[in-house]
Design a binder for this molecule. Structure first.
Ligand SMILES: Nc1ncnc2c1ncn2[C@@H]1O[C@H](C[S@+](CC[C@H]([NH3+])C(=O)[O-])CC(=O)[O-])[C@@H](O)[C@H]1O
Length: 334
């Protein structure tokens, strides 16, 4: 295994955190996982993202970092030329989907108002103070910064997207060590978490279940990652109906090619109980609005408005019910 001193900065902190947390089995797999996750052959633009982050200029030590408000914010003094330089480097990492961020006066208005999701989820959580948390499919890491802002002792994002890894590292460059080194990103999928880890106090899976062809297997994997007594926070697309209602769309749903099972929230609770979770409860359910997911200067591709039937906003382009999302919380038995 590479020695911590020979590792790039972005990886050294991750190794150290795994050591500190006693995640020894997983630690032994990190070199292979990082090599695979960041392999330049995975995406033609990957070297460009790497370079953009490496070129971010050194920033003044004095900064104010806010992780407990809607915008993940780093206030520091940047002169105009350095701000322009940072902005053009951050734009090389587009599209920015999950946020918002404000970094040295650069306002990153992301496709999603991820703060709205956090507002729906946060009031229902067991306090994150001092907890070890995993955010499965955490995108650019926006929610993980908010988890650290809510007091998590160790907040780990896993997401197989190397673009999101480099977006996270760009935000890390601005945050510096102001979070006490509690927030980390590993570019892997849920299937790369060691079996029967039994480690995390809270596991989040938000916006992932409907992308999994085997949803019950996904729920089992999430349960295995939790310590006994830990809390699962599941957010996913649902349909209206009772505990026997599930929709499997055709090859596309709202233009997305990789959407599988959309249960009702009652069916989801039933699935969770069948997978051995206790106390499954729906804490929020509602339609996704065009204000929450939309194209912006930082995500210029098509967005939700383009994926709905222009004559009937209650339907997707394919004629399915428009996106509706639920948040369900459940406990791993002790
Ligand atoms: N096998 C996998 N394992 C883990 N993650 C995966 C996998 N496959 C894809 N992903 C990742 O799952 C995320 C789904 S987005 C949710 C983001 C955030 N959580 C949010 O709730 O806003 C969906 C949405 O836009 O809502 C993407 O970042 C994928 O790279």
């Amino acid at each position: 295994m590479a020695q911590p001193s020979t590792l790039p900065d972005d990886q050294r902190a991750l190794y150290q955190a795994f050591l500190d947390q006693g995640l020894t089995v997983w630690l032994s797999r990190l070199p292979a996982q990082l090599e695979k996750g960041l392999d330049r052959r995975r995406h033609g633009d990957l070297p460009q993202w790497e370079k953009a982050v490496a070129k971010l200029p050194a920033l003044p030590d004095e900064r104010r970092v806010t992780l407990d408000e809607s915008t993940v914010r780093v206030d520091l003094d940047l002169d105009d030329s350095r701000r322009r330089q940072c902005e053009s480097l951050l734009k090389k990492l587009m599209p920015w989907r999950k946020g918002p961020y404000s970094l040295g006066g650069i306002e990153i208005d992301t496709e999603w108002r991820s703060d709205w999701k956090w507002q729906r989820v946060a009031p229902h959580l067991a306090s994150l103070e001092g907890r070890r948390v995993l955010d499965v499919g955490g995108g650019s890491g926006y929610h993980a910064w908010r988890m650290a802002g809510a007091g998590a002792a160790f907040a780990l994002v896993i997401d197989p997207s190397p673009r999101f890894y480099w977006q996270f590292q760009a935000v890390r460059h601005f945050v510096g060590d102001a979070d006490g080194g509690r927030t980390h990103f590993l570019p892997v999928g849920i299937e790369d978490v060691p079996d029967n880890l039994g480690f995390f106090d809270t596991v989040f899976s938000m916006g992932v279940l409907y992308h999994r062809p085997s949803p019950l297997e996904h729920l089992q994997q999430l349960k295995d990652a939790l310590a006994p007594g830990g809390e699962l926070v599941l957010e996913t697309l649902v349909v209206e109906g009772d505990e026997r209602t599930v929709m499997l769309p055709g090859s596309r749903y709202a233009a997305m090619p990789n959407v599988y099972f959309l249960p009702s929230s009652a069916a989801l609770c039933h699935w969770l109980e069948r997978c051995g979770f206790d106390n499954a409860r729906v804490v929020d359910e509602g339609l996704t609005t065009l204000d929450e997911q939309r194209a912006t200067e930082w995500m210029t591709y098509q967005s939700l408005a383009d994926f709905l039937d222009p004559d009937d906003r209650t339907r997707t382009l394919e004629g399915y019910p428009a996106p509706r999302r639920a948040v369900v919380i459940a406990d791993r038995p002790r």
